[in-house]
Design a protein. Structure first.
Ligand code: ZN
Ligand code: ZN
Length: 270
């Protein structure tokens, strides 16, 4: 009998603690689609909201149409209706269209042959028991979500539609590993932004039959009207998390909305 499963929760359907594929210029991501279409979500960027890290600015999924009404969309409508310049008003928090798809993300890992601790592929020795790790890492599949803007998914679609087998037949897009390589480029007006290029890879010898797609509905936190008002007024996410855990109420901050360093709010869009 064993009370603890051998894989200790790190099975193929596990996200490994991460729900979203992180696109960064440090390291390309290797993914495979688990669906052949994306789901549209809308997000508001709230420059005033306080992150647990102490920085201001967070993006939230617009609850409009999902789980009730959105106080931001309601306020946007008022601003746009009542003034010509409403859409340029600081309080007008436009919603950005985002696309999401469940994917497998492959990570190169090494597992200690003695104690089964998992390490990044660059690790040489197990810090837990001192055993030498295998020379080469192995690909581990994780169930995650890939979120991006329309331009990114349009490019991905273009690359996938041009991928055929040796007879010229369209291949199942869910059977091809895709390397997502990101770099910073200078766009219009000298704005530096991240761009990600998808590169088709050869199939990996990894068993993915057990991977269960992550639920998009469950992955994103949907805030209530009261919680959104708290965030818009410069309140913190931590207060909401704590209140949700205790089943209690958080303090709605009455103080004036603080001035925001505009550099903070750029990070999401890069
Ligand atoms: Zn909204
Ligand atoms: Zn070990």
């Amino acid at each position: 009998m064993s009370l603890i499963p051998k894989d200790d929760g790190r099975n193929a359907g596990d996200s490994g603690g991460k729900k979203w594929v992180r696109l960064s210029t440090d390291k390309p991501a290797l993914i495979q689609l688990l669906a052949d279409s994306t789901t549209v979500i809308w997000k508001h960027w709230l420059p005033q909201a306080l992150n647990p890290s102490g920085k201001r600015g967070t993006s939230i999924v617009c609850p409009g149409g999902l789980k009730g009404e959105c106080p931001i969309c309601k306020s946007n409508k008022n601003l746009a209706d009542h003034t010509k310049e409403g859409k340029k008003h600081n309080d007008y928090l436009r919603a950005q269209k985002r696309f999401v798809v469940p994917v497998i993300e492959f990570e190169l890992e090494k597992v200690c042959p003695s104690c089964e601790t998992v390490y990044a592929a660059s690790t040489v020795t197990c810090t837990n028991c001192g055993t030498d790790l295998p020379e080469k890492g192995t690909w581990k599949p994780y169930s995650r979500l890939l979120e991006g803007a329309r331009a990114f998914f349009e490019q991905l679609e273009l690359v996938l539609s041009a991928t055929t087998d040796i007879d010229g037949n369209q291949v199942d897009v869910k059977s091809i590993p895709i390397l997502l390589k990101s770099k910073m480029i200078e766009g219009e007006g000298g704005v530096i932004r991240r761009t990600t290029v998808p590169i088709i890879q050869q199939p990996l010898k990894v068993d993915i039959s057990e991977v269960v797609p992550l639920s998009i509905e469950d992955a994103y936190t949907i805030y209530t009207e009261r919680e959104i008002k708290h965030l818009v007024a410069g309140g913190g996410l931590q207060g909401i998390f704590d209140a949700r855990k205790d089943g209690g109420e958080y303090e709605i901050e009455e103080k004036e909305v603080p001035q925001v360093d505009s550099s903070d709010s750029l990070s999401y869009f890069q």
